[in-house]
Design a protein around this ligand. Structure first.
Ligand SMILES: *Cc1c(COP(=O)(O)O)cnc(C)c1O
Length: 241
């Protein structure tokens, strides 16, 4: 088995254990393999080991990998998630190449994505990014803005709203971390109830370091990079973290 296949098995086992510990069915947590900074060959190794969902932060890099992987005839179709911040001038690439976007935090971006989503593709699956712990420099709408934005996004014809995404800052104290994760899940549940949108089924929450806590709180999709692919090397690839 390759190293990536091995690490993928380890992460899958960790997800299953965390789910069971929380009294949840392991299949209720979807694993998103975050392949940013890693080459197409690494994605290929994970795909051959059965991984289906992949996340990319940098649009151009992601599109290059999507095209490369689509050209590999022995692989099944993969599902690609955009999990990086999106400038207006990059919405067209996202709308044309990705299946999901987790980082919608303002209406203008959502409107462009809907306008630019090609008619032959299914609607783009969307999560609203929420800045749950209030870091001043972070992307994401405030928890107070989330319901209004979700309502507007849900009206856009070529988008399908699926839920919320958050990237809380790591906290050394496990109870404090769990409390932040629980706030994100509570916000999602309130949104689903108040909006009456029953298609909302996704809380994208938890990375390599905080996935146990996120699953305990009710995350339905964990985004794991280094746990599967190893440590990222930003310097030699000359991209900003
Ligand atoms: C890089 C990244 C991840 C994965 O982080 P790891 O700590 O490597 O698991 C998850 N989500 C987002 C939004 C990221 O940018």
């Amino acid at each position: 088995m390759t190293m990536i296949a091995n690490q993928l098995r380890t992460v899958q086992a960790q997800i299953a254990a965390a789910a069971q510990f929380a009294g949840r069915v392991p299949a209720s947590v979807r694993l998103l393999a975050v392949s940013k900074t890693f080459p197409a060959e690494a994605v290929r190794a994970a795909a051959l080991a059965g991984q289906h969902d992949f996340g990319e932060n940098y649009i151009q890099e992601g599109v290059e990998k999507i095209v490369a992987l689509q050209a590999m005839p022995d692989l099944p179709a993969l599902t690609w998630h955009c999990i990086g911040s999106i400038q207006s001038n990059k919405t067209r690439l996202v709308a044309e190449y990705f299946d999901w976007v987790h980082t919608v935090d303002r209406l203008k971006i959502a409107e462009r994505l809907s306008q630019q989503r090609p008619a032959h593709l299914p609607p783009l699956q969307v999560c609203i990014q929420v800045n749950a712990d209030g870091g001043a420099t972070k992307a994401g709408c405030s928890p107070a803005e989330a319901a209004a934005l979700a309502h507007q996004v849900a009206q856009l014809p070529r988008l399908q709203l699926r839920g919320v995404m958050s990237i809380p800052d790591p906290l050394p104290d496990a109870a404090a971390m769990l409390a932040v994760h629980r706030r994100v899940v509570a916000l999602f549940e309130a949104l689903r109830q108040q909006s009456g949108l029953e298609q909302l089924d996704t809380v994208s929450l938890g990375m390599t370091a905080d996935l146990d806590s996120a699953i305990a709180a009710g995350s339905t999709m964990v985004r794991v990079g280094s746990g599967i692919f190893g440590a990222r090397d930003y310097v030699s690839r000359n991209v900003a973290p």
